[in-house]
Design a protein around this ligand. Structure first.
Ligand SMILES: Cc1ncc(COP(=O)(O)O)c(C=O)c1O
Length: 358
């Protein structure tokens, strides 16, 4: 199973056991590419059973309190870093308006409230820990926020690099048959389910969790990453570059302090310094949770060199009076001109620009 399939399975057992059909997810959260949990751009079909609610909103809580058809609520705790926004990608770096910050207390309270409502209303609370499981605490987001979910999905690191997706949870929610109705079952099948190599990798991973040196990584983890974040931002400040980071434990996102449409170029400057970012371009940094201080220091030094080079080359400057709004307007205009250019090939640029401003 993959993480996507683990989420599909968790939702299915929640629907089966609650006898309800609606799925609640929060705006901007990622739960894999399955259509029902990925409505909108990139999914050609409407997600009929999914309600996408505003994250950290009292109105969302009201929906949970009052509707009778909700089977489950999906939580991706990474959302706490940028509620209601998707993970940063290069397209979001065409201006500097993106912001992010992690308010642990507020998010903890919100999760506790959701937990309370789900218990009252017979809704399955699903923590999707595919990304953060074993990263932010040994017991994942459940331990970190002090909330017990009904169902939890894991993936990624648990398989130690092998393809993996896991669903676990309370017996009441994991049931896939009814004693009094033997034909009424809930399917959970797949050629690769319980694949021996993957199961062996998970076993090795879980055994390592009990080793003292791995346990040591979890001691003071949150504090260590908070200090590192402060240190990183102080070094950016010292270097006088308009780059800062916001972070949730060892997952960070880069923020830009000055309107600029070339932020996405930072990834190439970083690459020149030997730092290769994941596919989400310049927006996100996912550190190894057990990174040493020496390696962290080395990364900071490379970051300083990359940002200073980018600044020296003039790519942090877009004009003194330019605002993010101006940049977005310019980009929209350019997109329209490019589109018109495809519709009417051969027309001159000024003519097309005139057309786009009409
Ligand atoms: C929170 C979360 N859920 C589900 C998935 C989907 O997992 P997979 O890519 O293994 O299908 C991901 C993948 O990034 C994820 O971050």
């Amino acid at each position: 199973m993959s993480g996507t399939e683990a989420v599909m399975q968790a939702v299915r057992v929640a629907q089966y056991n609650s006898k309800k059909r609606k799925i609640v997810r929060f705006c901007g959260s990622y739960h894999g590419f399955w259509g029902e949990v990925q409505p909108g751009v990139g999914n050609p079909m409407p997600a009929r059973d999914t309600l996408t609610l505003a994250d950290m909103s009292p109105l969302a809580l009201e929906v949970l309190r009052t509707r009778r058809d909700i089977a489950c609520v999906l939580i991706n705790p990474l959302q706490a870093l940028h509620p209601n926004r998707a993970a940063p990608a290069d397209s979001g770096l065409l201006d500097s308006s993106r912001h992010a910050s992690f308010e642990r207390e507020a998010y903890t309270q919100y999760l506790h409230e959701i937990r309370r409502i789900c218990t009252e209303r017979g809704i399955a609370l699903i923590f999707d820990e595919v990304f953060l499981g074993f990263r932010i605490a040994r017991g994942g987001a459940q331990e970190y926020f002090g909330v017990q979910a009904d169902l939890v999905t894991y993936g990624k690191t648990l398989g130690g690099g092998f393809p993996v997706g896991v669903v676990c949870g309370k017996a009441r929610w994991m049931r896939r048959f009814r004693e009094d109705a033997p034909a009424d079952i809930c399917f959970a099948r797949g050629t690769f389910n319980a694949h021996p190599t993957v199961v062996a990798a998970m076993h090795a991973f879980l055994k390592r969790l009990d080793m003292p040196e791995v346990d040591a990584v979890y001691q003071g983890l949150d504090e260590r990453w908070r200090l590192r974040l402060a240190l990183f931002n102080a070094r950016m400040d010292e270097a006088k570059v308009p780059v800062r980071a916001a972070g949730f434990s060892s997952v960070w996102t880069i923020l830009y302090g000055r309107p600029n449409r070339y932020n996405w170029m930072l990834q190439y400057y970083l690459r020149a310094e030997g730092l290769l970012l994941s596919w989400v371009g310049t927006g996100r940094l996912i550190f190894q949770a057990g990174l040493s201080d020496a390696d962290f220091d080395d990364i900071c030094a490379r970051f300083v060199r990359a940002t200073c080079s980018m600044q020296d080359d003039g790519f942090f400057w877009c004009g003194d009076a330019v605002t993010d709004r101006d940049l977005r307007r310019d980009i929209t205009r350019e997109l329209v001109v490019a589109r018109l250019g495809r519709l009417w090939p051969g027309r001159s640029l000024p003519a097309l620009q005139q057309q786009s401003t009409r």
